[in-house]
Write a protein that binds this ligand. Structure first.
Ligand code: CAA
Length: 381
């Protein structure tokens, strides 16, 4: 397998790195402190082609591949994990399924503004009682003449309070279990849609999430995405791609922890020398660097399998499982390396520590990733 990036992929990485370093990083601490949705960065990412990276140009996207996408997410998340997930959800969880399951009319109507960053997407699968057990959907969609009436509550919806376009999952036939789930494209200004107050979160505080309440929401059948009863397949195949994005986000957080720790350890002195020269610290840095590289290889492998259009769900699960574990370990070690300075908000590593945790939870917990990997092994690997 060849992991040498092409010239185009390197150009994307360089653009993302410049943007992240010059425009995102200087604001990251304030975005976190103020719990602020970075609207202007979303607009800039739209201009740079980062909001619909793998959407073909004919639908208004940038026409890049999944490798370029993960390279960009890593750079942006290295600067600000909140900005990274806003971008990841829009790309992986909203543009991707519209591209894969949408009609030509839907693709032409919805992809261009999402890719331009003038509209923002969210993915409403989770409910108060349907998180890991995603098939346990309680939001109902009932036939109403030629259209549908939808009622229910969605929970922890990333981008929910600031989204324009929602990919919504509903149960239209409970007796059919997961085969009774149907997906819709829901404009968030549809009558009967309300969002709750933004969740008050441990980390990724610049990424707004909330409940979405649906009261007698009427949608025409042309807003259905995919087949009636085909929604679970839409959800799970979308999440395969989403998990590659979150692996790249976790990788960015891990790299931030490593790079900040290395810089700090080279200038902080104890017992007459830089702490990086003490073996206790040097070995931590060596382990962090090794794990970051391994996480990147798993993430690139999953992305390259997605590009090759071969089944990649298990590879995505492995990448997310490992990269999120690495991010959490690296951020914890970073605090230890910074010592007292690691525990105060003046330095960035406590933010990395808080941001890292969610990567083990959303888009499938680490336990769910292990279930997916074990299922793959049980089928003969
Ligand atoms: N792609 C397409 N179809 C798939 C699939 C995949 N990757 N995996 C399974 N399926 C299909 C199966 O083939 C099966 O279909 P058939 O019956 O037609 O054969 C069907 O789905 C059911 O499969 P399972 O019996 O394996 O399903 P399950 O109910 O046991 O659940 C699960 C499987 C892996 C646990 C799944 O429920 C899951 O991934 N749960 C986690 C949900 C999740 O990740 N939520 C994240 C919310 S979104 C989010 O976090 C966004 C954000 O804020 C950033």
């Amino acid at each position: 397998m060849d992991f040498e990036p092409t010239e185009d992929q390197l150009a994307v990485q360089e653009t993302a790195r410049d943007f992240a370093t010059q425009e995102v990083l200087p604001q990251a601490a304030a975005i976190d402190r103020d719990h602020r949705h970075p609207k202007e960065l979303v607009a800039r990412m739209g201009e740079l082609g980062f909001m619909g990276m793998t959407v073909p140009e004919k639908y208004g996207g940038a026409g890049f591949d999944a490798i370029a996408y993960v390279l960009a997410i890593e750079e942006i998340s290295r600067a600000c994990a909140s900005t990274g997930v806003i971008m990841s959800v829009n790309n992986s969880l909203v543009c991707d399924p519209i591209l894969k399951f949408g009609s030509e009319e839907q693709k032409h109507a919805y992809l261009a503004p999402l890719a331009a960053g003038t509209k923002l997407g969210c993915f409403a699968l989770s409910e108060p009682e349907a998180g890991s057990d995603a098939a346990a959907q309680k939001t109902t969609a009932e036939r109403d003449g030629s259209g549908w009436v939808i009622n229910g509550i969605k929970n922890w919806i990333t981008n929910g309070p600031v989204a324009d376009t929602c990919l919504l999952f509903t149960m239209n036939d409970k007796a059919q279990g997961h085969k009774g789930i149907t997906a819709f494209i829901l404009p968030m200004d549809t009558k009967g849609v309300r969002t709750g107050p933004p969740d008050d979160k441990l980390g990724i505080r610049g990424s707004k999430s909330s409940q979405i309440m649906l009261d007698d929401v009427r949608l025409g059948d042309e807003m259905r995405l995919g087949e009636v009863g085909g929604g679970f397949r839409v959800a799970l195949s979308t999440l395969d791609g989403g998990r590659v994005g979150i692996a790249a986000q976790a990788l960015g957080i891990a790299r931030a922890a490593l790079e900040d720790s290395l810089a700090y350890a080279q200038q902080r002195r104890t017992f007459g020398k830089a702490i990086a020269e003490h073996q206790a610290i040097a070995w931590k840095l060596a382990d962090m660097a090794t794990e970051v590289d391994a996480a990147r290889l798993l993430t690139l492998r999953a992305a390259s399998m997605k590009d090759a259009k071969v089944p990649f769900g298990h590879a995505a699960a492995m990448a997310k499982l490992y990269a999120s574990d690495v991010a959490n370990r690296a951020a914890r070690e970073a605090i230890q390396i910074f010592g007292g300075n690691g525990y105060v908000t003046e330095f960035p590593v406590e933010r990395h520590f808080r941001d890292a945790k969610i990567t083990e939870i959303y888009e499938g917990t680490s336990e769910i990733q292990r279930m997916v990997i074990a299922g793959y092994l049980a089928k003969g690997g």
